[in-house]
Structures are given as structure tokens and as C-alpha cells.
Design a protein around this ligand. Structure first.
Ligand code: GDP
Length: 195
């Protein structure tokens, strides 16, 4: 089975992006965060290829912290167990708040979820694209994306990392930077029949 996994904090726009990627098909919404803990699969043409929407991680209002930890554990376990089937990962972040959140959660003995997930995917050799969503709300675009590179250990400028850093506005259907980046990774794996 071939799949692309989507991961990200809750409320970054992962569902909105999923709808854009999958052409509004086979989509279920309305579930409370933390309740949908098993991965959702979406078929995407051609046949053998699918997106897997993993549950949102990190703080969610109304969800207890031990539940949040359990979700995080489930996500990590799912990726580890399916690493051989995963073609690529999309780590979705909110361009408006990602730097503040990363900096707030960086301490001497802990690293933020987003950064941890990025390194984890790299360790498993899963090609990863960071979809920097809500760029419609970001004024200082280049500066923000360069800061993100810096936080992820990628040497700025971000324009050197177009296969890894993809600014998008999912709400407006502006996701071409992401599909281009994914296409590059799949092309590397002889899957250029896609997109
Ligand atoms: P999820 O929890 O990650 O699945 O996030 P949702 O897809 O439910 O989106 C969370 C909120 O962000 C909603 O109010 C969306 O309308 C909004 N949103 C999603 N994409 C964008 C975007 O590109 N720009 C802006 N400004 N808002 C967005």
C-alpha cells in the first residue's frame, strides 16, 4: 500500500487541506478533536495511492492532557508501524503562529511537537514536506519562512528548500507549492504518474 500521511497540531487547517487534496470526496467532518483517534484513509487517483489523515496533536481545548499524550503516542506508533508503506509525509503548520509556538515550547530539556515530528520523520527516512498554511495571514512572508527553516535546522534562505518548505493557503485552494514538492519526492521514487 502506498500512502502519504498528514500530521499537524489541531486547528492548523489539516482538514481544509485534506479536502483540497482529495477533491472533496469521501470526507467526514464534525468529530470532536481527540475523538477521532484512528487514521482516516482517503483514496486518491490513481487506485493504489491514498492520503492518511492522522489526528491532530498538541493542545486542544476541552481535551485532557493524558488524552493528548495518548494521541501523540498513537500517531508515532502508526508512523513507525507503517513506515515501509509511507511514500511521504506532510507536516502541516500554521504560518501565522508556528514560530511563536515553537519558541514558547523550546526549553533546555524539551523540544516542541512540530520540531520533534520533523526530526522523527527524518530519522525514519520518510520524505517530508512542511505545509506552511494560512499564508494569507502572514505579512512578512520571506522572513517567516526563513525563521521556520532556522527552527527546523535547515539553513536559510527557505527558497533553497522548496521540496521541504511549501507555503500554502488551503482555504483558498492555493496548495500548488505543496503538490509540486510532493511531486518531486514521488518522482524520486519513480511515481511521476501522479498529480
Ligand atoms: P484542523 O483542525 O487542522 O483540521 O483545521 P481545520 O481545517 O478545521 O481549520 C481550522 C480553522 O482554520 C478553520 O477556521 C479554517 O477555516 C481555518 N483555515 C484553514 N485553512 C486556512 C487558510 O489557508 N487561511 C486561513 N486564514 N484560515 C484557514
Amino acid at each position: 500500500r502506498d500512502e502519504i500521511v498528514l500530521v499537524g497540531r489541531s486547528n492548523v487547517g489539516k482538514s481544509t487541506l485534506m479536502r483540497e487534496l482529495t477533491g472533496h470526496t469521501k470526507f467526514t467532518t464534525g468529530k470532536k478533536p481527540g475523538v477521532t483517534r484512528s487514521p482516516n484513509h482517503f483514496d486518491w487517483a490513481p487506485e493504489s495511492f491514498m492520503f492518511t489523515d492522522l489526528p491532530g496533536f498538541g493542545f486542544m481545548s476541552g481535551v485532557e492532557s493524558h488524552t493528548q499524550d495518548a494521541i501523540q503516542t498513537d500517531i508515532v506508533r502508526y508512523i513507525e508501524e507503517n513506515a515501509d508503506d509511507i511514500l511521504a509525509a506532510v507536516l502541516v503548520v500554521d504560518g501565522k503562529s508556528v514560530i511563536d509556538i515553537i519558541d514558547r515550547h523550546t526549553t533546555e530539556d524539551s523540544i516542541p511537537h512540530d520540531v520533534e515530528m520533523f526530526y522523527f520523520l527524518d530519522e525514519l527516512d520518510i520524505p517530508t514536506v512542511v505545509a506552511v498554511n494560512k499564508m494569507d495571514k502572514v505579512g512578512d512572508r520571506d522572513e517567516r519562512l526563513n525563521d521556520l527553516c532556522d527552527r527546523l535546522g535547515l539553513f536559510p534562505p527557505w527558497k533553497q528548500w522548496r521540496e521541504t518548505i511549501a507555503p500554502i493557503t488551503a482555504k483558498r485552494g492555493d496548495i500548488s507549492n505543496l503538490t509540486e514538492a510532493l511531486r518531486t519526492h514521488l518522482h524520486d521514487q519513480q511515481r511521476d504518474d501522479l498529480f
